[in-house]
Structures are given as structure tokens and as C-alpha cells.
Design a protein around this ligand. Structure first.
Ligand code: CIR
Length: 267
């Protein structure tokens, strides 16, 4: 793997539908969650992945894993390798053994983080051969070091980015297309000034977390202005209503764990 890799839609994605325990997930919004609607919205998300040519594999929802549908947080995957994380929230650590099993079965070179390291996959954004890591409350220096050690063997470098607000780096910063990032309120533009990228500021609360599947881009239905801007750039926004997943502090990237095609990288 190297900086010459091409950006493309993921070849494969692992997902986990919201289980019965989802209403007890970690969240900042104290209002009720409609678990049945969350499942319906999750199904539509999975269909959108499939329609973009991504092969989807389902993991079983865990009875004692309320946040299990936010599977992105449990690993960081790239062409050939993966780091299974130790999520920052102790209640989420039981989600990782099943993820480790499928990543190993997929033939990836898997390393699992150990205490005291913590890292959530939602804090890791791939930009070319760089992995940007958010300094969130969920990710610590030992977690960043564990990622740097394993990913470094594949030619990937790791750089940290301070967060102004928000749960994860990717709550505020995602890749729209190669060299182009959507930037929300949670990260200051000056923190990214060193990067050879175009930054598109987004003001809608859920607008900065999109999932680019090649030219097709999944966007929250709660970010219509962002969807319009994406369309004006000649990309194909696909808007999805994920209201019940937003209620659990989730967004579009966190609902899947994605593996790129050989020689490629993906969002
Ligand atoms: C949590 O607090 O861990 C979950 N309720 C939400 C995780 C969202 N993950 C993500 O954006 N990568």
C-alpha cells in the first residue's frame, strides 16, 4: 500500500443492524429512540451500499451491545491490514471479538489494541497515505501509537488533529473525493492547513459526515444544503433518513466497516 493507491468505493463492508438493546445506547440526546425505525433506516443504508456495488456482510446484533450498529468504531481497515480497536467507552469493548473474527477470516493482517490504549474508528480519517486521528475523548496517545505502529508497516502515516467539539473526528470531517474534505464545526480549518486538500466548510450539523462510495455519496437527509452542493460538484448524492441513528450520536460512516479493493483506499 502506498500514496499511489487510488480512491474507490469499498469492495466490502461489514455491518451490524441495531439490536433490541439499541435504545440503551450511549447518547447525548435524552429523547426516545424508535428502534424499529432505526432498523428500517439501517436496512435502507445497507441497500444503498449494495446499490453502489459494495459487498455487504452482516454480523449478528449483540444482546449486550447497544452501540454495536456503530461498527466503524471497532476497527480501522486498509488494503491488507486492520487494527481492531479498544473502544474508548468501556461499555463498547465487548463489540470487538466478533469483528476481529471476521477480519481475520477475510485474510487481513490483524493486530488488536491492548490496554491502556483506546481508539474509536470514527476518529480515523484516511487522506491519501495519511491517517488523520482525532484527539477525542475516546482516543488516547497509546491508541494513536498502536495505529501508527501497525499502519506504518503498510506505508501509512498517522497525524493527530485536535477537536473543538463533537464525539469523533469524522463527526466533523470526511472525505468527499480525493483531495477534498467536508469540514464541519468540530474542527478548526487552521488545524488542517498543512494538508494538500481543499476544505469545503459545512454548516449543517449532520452535513460534514458523508460516506463517499466512489462518485456516489451518502448524505444525511438532515443536510439538504450539503447534498445540493455535492450535486453541483458533479457527484451523485444519495440522501438517507438516519434520524434514529443520529439520536444515538451516529452518522453515515459509523454504520459500516469498509474494506477497499486491492491497491485502493476507500472512505
Ligand atoms: C457512541 O457513543 O459510541 C455511540 N452511541 C455513537 C458512535 C458513533 N460512531 C461514529 O460516529 N463513528
Amino acid at each position: 500500500m502506498s500514496s499511489d493507491d487510488v480512491f474507490s468505493a469499498p469492495a466490502h463492508a461489514w455491518v451490524r443492524a441495531p439490536g433490541d438493546a439499541y435504545a440503551a445506547c450511549l447518547r447525548s440526546d435524552p429523547g426516545p429512540i424508535d428502534v424499529a425505525l432505526a432498523r428500517t433506516q439501517h436496512r435502507a443504508y445497507v441497500e444503498a451500499l449494495g446499490a453502489a456495488g459494495v459487498g455487504v456482510e452482516h454480523l449478528a446484533p449483540g444482546l449486550d451491545a447497544p452501540d454495536g450498529c456503530f461498527i466503524e468504531d471497532t476497527a480501522v481497515v486498509w488494503d491488507g491490514g486492520a487494527l481492531v480497536t479498544r473502544p474508548g467507552a468501556p461499555s463498547r469493548r465487548g463489540e470487538t471479538p466478533s469483528v476481529r473474527a471476521v477480519l481475520e477470516a477475510a485474510g487481513l493482517d490483524v493486530v488488536a489494541m491492548e490496554a491502556p490504549a483506546t481508539l474509536d474508528g470514527g476518529d480515523v480519517l484516511r487522506v491519501g497515505s495519511r491517517l488523520l486521528v482525532g484527539e477525542s475523548a475516546r482516543t488516547n496517545a497509546a491508541g494513536v501509537a498502536a495505529l501508527a505502529a501497525h499502519a506504518g508497516r503498510f506505508g501509512l502515516s498517522v497525524e493527530t488533529v485536535p477537536l473543538r467539539s463533537g464525539l469523533h473526528l469524522k463527526s466533523a470531517l470526511t472525505l468527499l473525493e480525493p483531495g477534498v474534505l467536508l469540514l464541519g464545526a468540530g474542527v478548526e480549518a487552521e488545524q488542517l492547513a498543512r494538508l494538500p486538500v481543499e476544505l469545503i466548510p459545512v454548516t449543517e450539523p449532520y452535513g460534514a459526515n458523508v460516506l463517499a462510495l466512489g462518485r456516489r455519496v451518502l448524505v444525511s437527509a438532515q443536510a439538504p444544503v450539503t447534498a445540493e452542493r455535492i450535486e453541483r460538484r458533479g457527484l451523485e448524492p444519495v440522501t438517507l433518513d438516519v434520524s434514529e441513528l443520529h439520536r444515538g450520536d451516529g452518522a453515515l460512516t459509523c454504520l459500516s466497516l469498509r474494506r477497499p479493493a486491492p491497491g485502493a483506499y476507500c472512505a
